[in-house]
Write a new protein. Structure first.
Lengths: 351, 246
């Protein structure tokens, strides 16, 4: 990664016509949490920086990174940390595109959970983890305006010539009669993987409209030489209800069924919703209410259908000025004797 | 004396013939407006200023469009890199952080686009107005010193439109819309669009600054400022594809 950074920087500074623009977001967050009677509070800050580089010899170059605690690291006795989100080069050939380097790989299709994502659990609703950023080679072959084939080779532990350290994936996306249909296959690397999560999987997703209701579904089959075969199923609907002409309540409701505890990594940061049973039946709902052009209320709820676990997360967001946002959110979890409550506030500035 | 009477007779004849010339019908007026404002292909750089009370938010974008399709890329800091691809009646969105491409559900199309008073459906309606509405002339008025035809358009049977009825003020000389009221089927006034500035571009008058007021919300409006408009640019093959959305 450092080598690529040096190469890109070298190209950038040797090209006299190059103009680099920068943009991003600075966020400062405060949180308070109570878990089993224990209280904790914390303040963090975060800087996401994106560098916009012009095309060089037909190559698109992207560089984005995150610095955790850039300000508090200076003011307090704590270390700032650096994480590369994107550092890749894309070349558009006549018949295909090739993307090489650190890049986000996300196979979202509009659902809250995605049990057949390239990196399970990396994107849940609008919560995105760092797991989707990976060092990869992506070859995209367009077949039609809304259809294409993506071939992926990624290296969860960094680029390596060792085949055992390589993760592979192939995804076909097809637009048929207004429906978005995808089929994918993933084989995890032999090393650097969760030994309890099956190594291979085949996934199918579909999204479209049934009159005024958005519908979607996914099916995953997971298999391994050692672990038992297992399946996941996802069924979801989304709908907008007019409270008045201009006030529309956006709703999303989905069911996720996992027939083995080995599949709990697809829950990502919501792993605590998985009970101790053999299978998981999870109902998730999301509500969005726009108060006006500048503020909104959102509610995310998850319920384990055996009644053992419930999670509720309301959030209020207000754009104070054109580029400054204020967010306050809560998280309440209750399940099998465990209780967790958290409140957090954040100010962010986009530039 | 004879000459004077000849000139007078000719003048009477000209005036008589001019009154006998067929008056423009509503369809003629809207067609002329369509011809003037309708874009075959274009590249535009725009700014949307969303206002609510004393707060405002500016969104800037670059749009490439042809008859059926459009590709919009936001360039303001908050939304930079967010793209919409409208292809026929489908809408796809690209989220730059995750680099996800997601098909937007049909029911989302009536919601305000990126918090503005323009809905996704407003964006999708690329058909000529004459194809979507049946128009009638209901009067003539002067708007900001410009004489204008006042037309009422009712949605044609079977056409999916964002507004059932629209009342349009069309400049009598330039054949450009200078004001528009948009109504629901119930008769309720939903939005009022007023053109604040016109510019002559390649022998046609085009609105370059207009404001859309949402009449169901107090003190909210979206001002649209057209910074650059280029007619008939070279649009390379593959522009309106998911591949290009990435």
């Amino acid at each position: 990664m450092f080598f690529m950074l040096v190469v890109f920087t070298g190209i950038a500074f040797t090209n006299q016509l190059l103009a680099i623009e920068a943009g991003g977001e600075y966020k400062i967050m405060g949180s308070a949490s109570w878990f089993d009677g224990e209280y904790r509070s914390d303040i963090n800050d975060l800087l996401d920086l994106d560098l916009y580089l012009p095309e060089i010899a037909g190559n698109e170059i992207y560089y984005s990174f995150t610095i955790t605690d850039p300000l508090l690291g200076l003011l307090e006795d704590r270390n700032a940390s650096y994480f590369t989100r994107k550092l890749y080069l894309r070349h558009r050939f006549d018949d295909f595109n090739l993307t090489v380097g650190r890049q986000p790989v996300s196979w979202s299709f509009g659902s809250l959970h995605n049990p057949v994502d390239y990196t399970p659990g990396s994107v849940i609703g609008d919560r995105e983890g760092s797991g989707k950023y990976t060092d990869a080679l992506d070859l995209y072959l367009p077949l039609d305006w809304n259809s294409g084939l993506s071939l992926l080779a990624s290296y969860p532990a960094g680029f390596s010539s060792d085949f055992n350290k390589m993760k592979m994936g192939i995804r076909g996306r097809f637009g048929i009669e207004g429906y978005d249909l995808t089929i994918n296959y993933v084989q995890e690397a032999n090393t650097h993987r969760n030994p309890f999560f099956p190594r291979q999987r085949i996934g199918l997703t579909i999204k479209g409209d049934l009159k005024d209701v958005g519908i979607y579904a996914a099916f995953g089959h997971y298999f391994d030489e050692i672990l038992e075969n297992s399946n996941s199923i996802l069924l979801g609907v989304d709908y907008s209800y007019n409270l008045s002409y201009h006030t529309r309540l956006s709703m999303q409701l989905e069911y996720l069924g996992l027939d083995s505890p080995n599949l709990s990594p697809v829950l990502g940061p919501f792993y605590f919703m998985d009970g101790r049973g053999d299978r998981l039946d999870l109902l998730s709902a999301s509500l969005g209410y726009p108060i006006d052009e500048f503020s909104s209320l959102n509610l995310l709820t998850m319920v384990n259908l055996d009644g053992s676990r419930i999670y509720i997360s309301p959030a209020y967001r207000n754009t104070l000025a054109s580029d400054i946002d204020f967010t306050i959110s809560g998280q309440f979890f209750s399940g099998e004797g465990d209780r967790f409550t958290a409140l957090s506030t954040a100010f962010s500035y986009t530039f | 004396m004879r000459n004077k009477s000849l000139i007078f007779s000719l003048l009477i004849l000209v005036l008589t013939l001019s009154t006998l010339a067929p008056a423009l019908t509503a369809e003629d007026i809207i067609r002329k407006r369509d011809d003037n404002e309708y874009i075959e292909t274009a590249r535009a750089e725009m700014e949307m200023v969303i206002k609510s009370g004393r707060r405002e938010m500016v969104k800037s974008m670059v749009i490439l469009t042809d008859k059926e399709n459009s590709l919009t890329e936001f360039t303001n800091p908050r939304d930079r890199g967010t793209k919409f691809l409208k292809r026929g009646d489908e809408l796809w969105m690209f989220f730059p952080d995750a680099e996800d491409i997601v098909k937007i559900s049909g029911h989302m199309l009536n919601q305000g686009m990126m918090g503005s008073d323009f809905s996704y459906q407003d964006l999708l309606e690329s058909d000529k107005l004459t194809d979507l509405y049946h128009f009638e002339i209901i009067g003539e008025e002067v708007v900001d010193g410009r004489p204008a035809y006042v037309l009422e358009g009712i949605a044609r049977e079977g056409k999916e439109v964002a507004y059932y009825r629209r009342k349009s003020w069309i400049d009598k000389e330039r054949f450009v819309g200078i004001k528009e009221e948009l109504y629901a089927r119930s008769g309720r006034l939903l939005k009022v669009m007023t053109v604040l500035e016109l510019e002559e571009k390649e022998d046609r008058w085009y609105p370059v600054r207009s404001v859309m007021e949402d009449k169901l919300r107090r003190d909210t409006s979206t001002e649209v400022i057209l910074k650059v408009l280029e007619f008939n640019p070279d649009i390379v093959e593959g522009t309106f594809t998911l591949e290009n959305l990435r």
